[in-house]
Design a protein. Structure first.
Length: 410
């Protein structure tokens, strides 16, 4: 008989829907079976978890981080974020470099973050394929929610610096844009060749000059998925002019754009909102370490949200430790972000951006039983994630006597 767990008596914050005081969340077969109010009759035989005085929320999601590919405390051996040898690295996959044993995943769980979209880095104009994963599992294959979940690209200082220092293309902003455009044009040509080959194969006789099957090209296949709008284009850009370039190229090639970082996105907030482009904003707890960050502000998430832009908040882990995700949201609230939007920016908004909202991001019947019991309001910096569940299994509990988190065994 499958285990049934009833988390009762807490303040249930489903994210999509009003909070319920004294509510019950019923877990069965790794899924959420019900979200009910006071007076719900718990099924006989269920394991009851008393959450009176606690808050119950879906696991948080960081839509842009490098957990597992930029491992902590291991030096160069664990740094697999950027394949710096090719400005067009559309064929590389974050999936192939993630180490589930990275301490960052356990830190994430201790901070209530149960899922993350792992991105390649921003050294290249086109950096590679992202993957959405849960933060718990023995192998990354067990953790995958969606793969690929996007294709990473970078504008601005990073690719300009990396290749400019070598005196290679691209060493300027116009060179970076040209590299990206050239790659998309090549992908369009590749798709046209595939279509022509398919049409020829479907005919009764080979077309004149038909050269047979088209040789596979992994880079162009990946870019084709963006052009067909199967996955979004994840555009690293901070400065307003780079954001404008990102929007210009998205219009030119017709793909779905997500703005990552968006430090100066507030300067173009009306245009971004009108185009329905989401912004994954952050990291917010950093120094202004380069020119692009001179307008970094904790008020920016609130400015974007007030203009109607859909936002998610990111740590860009390990730039900001991933368990500080909710603290960034808290400080953004302090600087004007609506508290309801702040919680959505670490739950349902990132879930939608990375294409996994049918499974996680809110508490609703049928979704994965990935949730966290908090000691209080998670936007209160003194609150703590006390228990975490992934697929209906308790995988973490905070031990107050030992003053440390205790994880389940595999």
């Amino acid at each position: 008989m499958a285990e049934t767990i009833a988390i009762t008596g807490g303040r249930v914050v489903p994210i999509e829907g009003d909070p319920v005081d004294g509510g019950t969340v019923l877990l069965r077969d790794g899924k959420i079976a019900a979200v009910e109010g006071p007076g719900f009759a718990v099924p006989s035989g269920a394991d009851v978890v008393d959450a009176a005085g606690k808050w119950v929320l879906p696991g948080f999601i960081d839509a842009h981080a490098h957990a597992g590919v930029s491992e902590e405390a291991v030096g160069w051996a664990g740094q697999d974020t950027n394949e710096r040898t090719d400005p067009v690295a559309a064929h590389v996959r974050a999936l192939d470099a993630i180490n589930p044993a990275d301490q960052g995943f356990r830190d994430a769980i201790g901070g209530g973050v149960l899922a993350v979209n792992v991105n390649p880095g921003s050294a290249n104009p086109i950096g590679g394929q992202t993957v959405a994963i849960k933060c718990w599992g023995r192998t990354v294959d067990e953790m995958v929610l969606r793969e690929p979940a996007g294709l990473k690209s970078a504008l601005g200082e990073n690719p300009k610096r990396v290749y400019g220092e070598r005196n290679e293309t691209p060493s300027t902003r116009l060179g970076t844009a040209a590299v990206i455009r050239g790659a998309f044009v090549a992908a369009q040509n590749y798709q046209a060749k595939l279509a022509a080959a398919a049409a020829s194969a479907a005919g009764s006789a080979a077309a004149p000059g038909d050269s047979g099957p088209v040789d596979r090209d992994l880079k162009l296949e990946a870019l084709g998925r963006v052009l067909r709008r199967e996955i979004p284009w994840r555009q690293h850009c901070h400065r307003a002019d780079d954001i404008a370039t990102a929007m210009r190229m998205a219009r030119e090639f017709g793909y779905d754009l997500v703005i990552d970082h968006g430090t100066e996105a507030y300067l173009l907030a009306d245009q971004i909102a009108a185009a329905s482009i989401p912004v994954v904003i952050g990291p917010l707890l950093t120094s202004r370490s380069k020119v692009e960050l001179r307008n970094r502000s904790l008020a920016n998430p609130g400015r974007l949200a007030a203009a109607g832009v859909t936002i998610a908040i990111t740590t860009d882990h390990p730039v900001v430790p991933i368990h500080f995700l909710i603290h960034q949201a808290t400080l953004a609230v302090k600087e004007g972000l609506d508290p309801v939007t702040a919680l959505r920016a670490v739950t349902i908004h990132p879930a939608r951006i990375i294409g996994v909202d049918s499974r996680i991001g809110s508490l609703a019947a049928g979704k994965d039983a990935d949730l966290v019991i908090w000691s209080g309001d998670p936007l209160d910096v003194m609150s703590r994630a006390e228990r975490a569940y992934v697929d209906g299994r308790e995988i973490y509990r905070y031990d107050y006597d030992r003053r440390e988190g205790v994880f389940a065994s595999w």
